[in-house]
Ligand binder design. Structure first.
Ligand code: SF4
Length: 323
């Protein structure tokens, strides 16, 4: 039996957007462009890249919150695209998402107890009495107190609200969670507490995560393997230690160069990453990174590189590594 829980095959998510404010003409925005990736059971795949590179869209498309334009998402070997509405609804219980902004994702007019009970009752997973017990267990598991169930989201700090959002995701006993920038809105001092909580829950419950962040140091803290996205495409994937020891793609190197040094907080250099992220509506020909890459050659503007296996579980999409 395969240990792969989630697999995408050439997954694409394109949006039709207006050419201009008053124009009725449409153009295609390629938010996710032919991404193929696997996530094993119990693994945390970290996904990094600049804002607007398609990370969040990829996370939503994996869960079929967006229907893909083309390609496949296999969950435990089943092509999600072939499921009936009822089977998709059942599968969604096994897959949950935690968003960046816990305040925006929680209903501020409901008490914490009601917020956590709602999915259990809606999906008829247990009786009202059992769900009440489960709410208390969930609160304890995420580091809150049982008396918090009668309180409302505005009475909590940002870190506590994210704990509530995590508890709500856990309420339906999922096995796979997409964590979409779950600590980006939190103070640095609280970030590591929430990351540690996610790691503990993963161990205790045997969870599998897709962890999305623009911050490499955050992704490093929690990931077993890391994927780097640029303009809707995966440009490098490797086990966490391997990537930190030997990053290969010029874009990944630029992300590392921009990382703050932990002790001083000083950024060492930003030597390679020039200019802004090009628009995914009209990306550069060939390698999408070529307009910002110091190693660009003629071939790079003509031929799009694909992910190649360079050993040690490391894949990179760059002509510098063509054999
Ligand atoms: Fe740079 Fe060319 Fe590699 Fe793209 S394929 S990252 S432009 S060297």
């Amino acid at each position: 039996m395969s240990d792969i829980l989630v697999e995408t095959k050439e997954l694409c998510e394109y949006f039709q957007v207006k050419k201009g404010f008053l124009s009725s003409e449409k153009q295609t925005l390629k938010a996710v462009d032919r991404v193929s990736v696997t996530i094993s059971k119990g693994e945390t795949l970290g996904l990094v890249g600049e804002s607007g590179c398609g990370k969040t869209t990829f996370g939503k498309t994996i869960l079929y919150l967006n229907r893909p334009t083309s390609g496949q998402v296999l969950y435990d070997g089943t092509d999600i695209g072939t499921l009936s509405k009822e089977d998709l609804r059942k599968l969604r219980l096994r897959m949950q998402i935690v968003y960046q902004d816990p305040y925006g994702s929680l209903n501020t007019r409901m008490s914490v107890g009601d917020i956590l009970q709602e999915p259990m009752v809606y999906h008829r997973l247990c009786t009202k009495k059992e769900s009440h017990e489960k709410v208390r267990e969930l609160l304890e598991q995420v580091g809150l107190r049982t008396f918090h169930e009668s309180r409302y989201p505005h009475e909590f700090s940002g870190g506590q609200r994210q704990r509530i959002a995590i508890a709500r995701a856990l309420a339906v006993d999922p096995e796979f969670i997409v964590c979409d920038e779950p600590v980006s809105a939190l103070d640095v001092s609280v970030q590591s507490q929430v990351l540690n909580l996610l790691s503990e829950l993963k161990e205790k419950r045997g969870l599998t995560y897709l962890f999305i962040s623009h911050d490499l140091s955050v992704v490093r803290h929690i990931s077993d393997r890391i994927g780097v996205m640029y303009l809707g495409q995966m440009v490098e994937t490797a086990p966490e230690e391997e990537l930190f020891r030997s990053r290969l793609h010029p874009y990944t190197k630029a992300l590392f160069d921009a990382m703050p040094v932990p002790k001083s907080g000083v950024r060492l250099k930003r030597t390679t990453l020039q200019g802004d992220l090009p628009s995914p509506i009209n990306p550069p020909s060939g390698c999408h990174f070529r307009t910002r890459c110091p190693y660009c050659t003629e071939k790079c503007s003509q031929v799009q590189p694909v992910l190649k296996d360079v050993g040690n579980g490391h894949f990179v999409a760059c002509h510098l590594f063509d054999k």
